[in-house]
Design a binder for this molecule. Structure first.
Ligand SMILES: [Zn+2]
Length: 549
């Protein structure tokens, strides 16, 4: 009796203070936990959780990054000790901001639940130390509209677990992870403006579920890939941080993680090739590299059950946060150096060096060994053809060529800056939204530099994300360019140098020309039948000739 009484007393204490991991008020239980993992949280469920936890901890600030197409506020939770409620306060703290984004694809649901689980454990449980040296911004449900269009069968590779999920696309039918350059979705504009440009996260983590390849990893990861950005953040994330974390989850949690990719069993078995996804900055994680910051793509394995995917994603995000907390000053330093190097490169090398604007995927120098995968066997069909089927048995293979490096195939000269004529104010405005510093000329002056003569302009016959994507071939020609009052000048010696270059270069494989921003002008000038000058002018020196035209 006495023992029972003290147990009750203990339980009562735990409820009152909610300090111990594993004891929380009922209002903080998540939908998967209440439904035997058959259901995932709706927008209303998440709002109830956030509003509830807000009343229980002084260390969380709830804000909104913007409004979705269908009119939902997209909430963010800023966790800090002491609390902060503005980017200015975060900056003044000297601590790096780490941004964790869930549910960019509405059907890939474990990231959203994991954001809330971690908030619970950090604010009220045993993981408070994660706020010692960093500020954490969670957006559990980035794609609020997609999340709530729940139905059965929207994620066929996900084993019907949970039974119903939302849609991949946002309320406009757009894939938010292809929108990083064109920024057509209100979610992208909101995130770029109110997370990336406002809070300046040093690390961005985007949480997904894979689309189906039967490798044998519970979670696969990718850094922001190295192509037109600085090497430092990529090398630190890829060579140091991710291998360390992979080892940690194996030792602590018996989980096997590995690099992201897909194989095609029709290329033969055992597999010899494993391919990651493209380098394009339309993908949020890859764009972060062009912004001189670190980023990680997290892909839980689709064929594991929902509760297992929650487990893998939870431990992955926890380890990332633990690593960033313990190495906060090193991460800040590497990103700061990358930014300084991007600017210095323009100051030192404008007009002298070429940089890639189109890339192809190539294998890394070292193949993957001990590659973990479900095994396949081949069999012969009555028509004599050979085909493959998976066995459900996990095996390991050596010498798998991993396509995860990127080599440039087309280059352009690094300029000191760009001039955008006043008539293209929408282009200047778009770059400003990305965070670029753009100024308007207050007087006439003449710059010397180059202009790109478009000799061939092509558009893809098939639409992608509503676009017939464009590409231009041609050549650069020397030119004197008379800037008029009101024209826009972008001095490339600024933090977003690499992003601006990749966005504005006419031959870029993921720039504004690609996404049809110049179609109307070029077509009105008759690009289909004769060469047309690309209207953005490139200059190599800030020295103006003073000549008037
Ligand atoms: Zn995804």
């Amino acid at each position: 009796m006495k023992k029972l009484f003290s147990l009750l007393l203990l339980a009562g204490t735990m409820n009152l203070t909610a300090q111990t991991n594993g004891s929380y008020p009922e209002s903080l239980l998540l939908v998967p936990e209440k439904s035997n993992f058959e259901k995932t949280s709706s927008y209303a469920d998440m709002m109830q959780f956030l509003n509830s936890i807000k009343t229980m901890s002084p260390n969380v600030y709830l804000g909104s990054i913007g409004t979705s197409t269908l009119g939902k506020d997209i909430p963010m939770a800023v966790l800090a000790q002491p609390a902060v409620s503005s980017p200015e306060q975060a900056k003044a703290s000297g601590k790096p901001v780490v941004y964790i984004q869930g549910n960019i694809h509405g059907g890939e649901v474990e990231g959203k639940e994991v954001c809330m689980m971690l908030m619970r454990d950090i604010l009220l449980g045993s993981k408070k130390e994660l706020l010692n040296n960093q500020i954490i911004v969670f957006v559990p449900m980035y794609n609020t509209d997609g999340n709530d269009k729940m139905a059965k069968g929207l994620r066929p590779s996900q084993e019907n677990s949970p039974l119903e999920t939302g849609t991949r696309e946002n309320g406009q039918g757009l894939d938010l992870n292809r929108d990083g350059i064109k920024m057509e979705a209100p979610e992208t504009k909101a995130m770029v403006q109110n997370i990336l440009n406002a809070w300046d996260p040093q690390m961005v983590v985007d949480l997904h579920t894979t689309n189906g390849t039967w490798h044998g990893y519970s979670l696969t990861w990718a850094p922001g890939y190295r192509y037109a950005g600085q090497a430092g953040p990529y090398e630190y994330t890829y060579n140091k941080m991710l291998p360390y974390i992979t080892q940690q989850v194996k030792e602590k949690n018996d989980l096997f993680f590995g690099p992201f990719g897909d194989f095609n069993v029709r290329e033969g078995w055992p597999l010899k090739f494993f391919y990651t996804y493209n380098h394009h900055p339309r993908y949020i994680i890859n764009q972060i590299g062009l912004r001189n910051r670190m980023s990680i793509l997290s892909e839980a394995f689709a064929h594991e059950r929902f509760y297992q995917r929650i487990n893998s994603t939870y431990h992955f995000v926890y380890e990332i946060l633990d690593y960033c907390n313990k190495n906060a000053s090193e991460i800040l330093r590497i990103n700061r150096e990358a930014e300084a190097n991007a600017i210095q490169n323009v100051l030192d090398n404008a007009g002298k060096i070429q940089k890639g604007v189109r890339y192809k995927m190539v294998p890394q120098a070292k193949p993957l060994n001990h590659f973990r995968t479900y095994d396949y066997i081949s069999y012969t069909k009555p028509d004599g053809s050979t085909t493959y089927t998976k066995t459900g048995k996990i095996v390991h293979y050596d010498n798998v060529n991993y396509y995860a490096d990127f080599k440039d195939t087309v280059q352009a000269t690094l300029p000191r800056g760009y001039i955008i004529p006043a008539a293209f104010a929408h282009i200047a405005a778009h770059l400003k939204q990305q965070g670029a510093v753009v100024v308007q000329a207050d007087k006439k002056q003449v710059y010397s530099g180059e202009v790109f003569l478009i000799e061939k302009f092509s558009k893809s016959p098939r639409k992608f994300e509503g676009h017939q994507m464009a590409s231009a071939e041609g050549r650069y020609q020397q030119k004197e360019f008379a800037v008029q009052k009101g024209d826009f000048i972008i001095d490339l010696a600024q933090p977003l140098a690499n992003l601006i270059f990749y966005t504005l270069e006419p031959q870029s494989d993921d720039g504004l020309l690609t996404w049809n921003f110049f179609d109307e002008y070029l077509e009105s000038k008759g690009v289909a039948t004769s060469p047309v000058e690309f209207p953005v002018f490139k200059y190599f020196s800030t020295k103006t000739t003073g000549k008037k035209k």
